[in-house]
Design a binder for this molecule. Structure first.
Ligand code: TYD
Ligand code: MG
Length: 423
């Protein structure tokens, strides 16, 4: 669409501006920025050390994942610490919010709430109350007067967020915008906000499962490599600090099960991968992946067929990352391959007594490629006594280095009969 010209008489001439004098960065004052700790360790870490005053954070997640719970808990802690806070809900009534606060306990009942959908009223309230942190739940359900389009439409979402951020920034209020995303991971409406806000956090996991991960997709004030693991309990979200221990304790010594030494940001995390391979009755066999990208599964299956000698053409393949965790790194390839190969052959990887662990990316020619932080991954595996740990060449330590998929399969997956006799 062509934009309308300011003047209709010929080409517009812009007024010459006054020159400003640029200054060297070394002369820009670098005052140490203050951070507002939310008191939720995992959230503070993902934020890069807490909320920055005046910043705007977008928190995305599927309905029911726990966004309202997480933000309510953060505001309760901030309020306990003496910060002025405000929780604006355009989705739930004040009574509903109170019921949640009762479950959460602590300072949750002291958080001032505003159940309102009208943008003008909300902006005026923020300007009057001047909280240091304000949560807007959710940005898709607010309504801006004088704008066409339904709440949640791209135009409305952009206008609503822009107005809130301007009001917040001018008085150093940190604002957390909650946004719904679809099951496919699409930030639908809020996607238009990603470049406006300072920080984009995604809260992910399977709703019916207990574990959820919080990740930074963008962060102007910290790293995007950090991730936090939470568990939904009867009294709110609980940080899971010993996630590896839990996943390993639950890991099955069964065909199709293997442990991946994953990295959740700067932290190693051991997670179990399970695969099931069964003859298919469909002309196009099923490929179901929970917790990893479908396309990644397809790629690994192709490499397995071509370079691992494992034919899966007529089989349904299911792959599950146990506990509802999502793993988004190429280092998971080897775990997918071993789990599927073991499931296809019906053998338990390794010697059947200790769970086998692994990490590494698979190249299209069947080579095992290195991934980041081999030392931390190995240290975590050895902490839990996993043996052997298959790793890319150069991993060092007490890793069992494998250069190719073929080597990896030879190391932990013998032929079905041999293995069954050995067990
Ligand atoms: P909610 O935070 O409302 O999710 P979102 O805002 O992302 O849509 O809560 C998600 C679910 O968690 C909800 O179905 C109820 C459940 N829940 C608990 O199990 N324990 C609790 O203490 C709370 C507050 C909620
Ligand atoms: Mg909610």
């Amino acid at each position: 669409m062509e934009e309308r010209r300011e003047s209709s008489t010929g080409p517009t001439k812009s007024k010459p501006g006054r020159a400003a004098s640029p200054i060297p960065l070394s002369q820009v004052s670098a005052s140490a920025e203050k951070r507002l700790a939310t008191g939720i360790g995992e959230l503070d870490r993902v934020l890069g050390g807490g909320l920055v005053p005046g910043s705007a954070v977008l928190l995305g997640g599927a309905p029911g994942i726990g966004k309202s719970t997480l933000t309510s808990m953060a505001l309760a802690n901030l309020s306990d610490a003496g910060e002025k806070v405000l929780y604006v809900s355009a989705e739930e009534s004040a009574q509903q919010i109170r019921l949640r606060a009762q479950r959460l306990g602590g300072g949750a009942l002291d958080v001032p709430v505003l159940a309102e959908t009208d943008l003008g009223t909300i902006v005026a309230t923020i300007q009057q109350e001047r909280p240091s942190v304000c949560v807007i739940d959710s940005v898709q359900t607010l309504h801006a007067d004088g704008l066409n389009g339904a709440p949640g439409s791209v135009g409305q979402v952009r206008e609503v967020a822009g107005a809130l951020m301007r009001a917040a920034k001018s008085q150093s209020t940190a604002v957390v915008l909650v946004g719904h995303i679809t099951k496919e991971g699409d930030l639908a409406g809020p996607r238009v906000l990603e470049h406006l806000v300072d920080c984009v956090l995604l809260f992910e996991g399977e709703r019916e499962r207990t574990y959820r991960t919080l990740r930074a997709m963008k962060n102007r004030f910290g790293s995007t490599a950090e991730a936090g693991v939470f568990e939904m309990s009867e009294g709110g979200l609980v940080e899971v600090l010993d996630a590896s221990a839990r996943f390993v304790a639950e890991a099955k010594r069964a065909p199709g099960s293997v442990v991946l030494c994953a990295m959740e940001g700067s932290r190693p995390l051991l997670v179990e991968f399970q695969a099931l391979v069964s003859p298919s009755e469909l002309t196009q066999p099923r490929r179901i992946a929970n917790g990893i990208d479908r396309n990644r599964l397809a790629l690994v299956l192709a490499v397995l067929t071509r370079h691992g000698g494992i034919a899966l053409g007529a089989a349904d393949v299911f792959l599950n990352v146990v506990g509802g965790v999502r793993v988004d790194e190429p280092g998971a390839d080897l775990a997918v391959a071993i789990a599927v190969a073991a499931a296809a052959k019906g053998v338990i990887p390794g010697n059947g007594t200790t769970p086998v662990a692994c990490f590494g990316e698979l190249g299209l020619t069947g080579e095992v490629r290195s991934v980041g932080h081999p030392d931390r991954r190995l240290a975590e595996a050895s902490k839990f006594g996993l043996q052997p740990v298959l790793a890319p060449p150069g991993a060092g330590g007490d890793a069992r280095e494998v250069a190719s998929l073929r080597d990896a399969l030879a190391a932990v997956i013998a032929s079905g009969e041999d293995r069954l006799q050995a067990v």
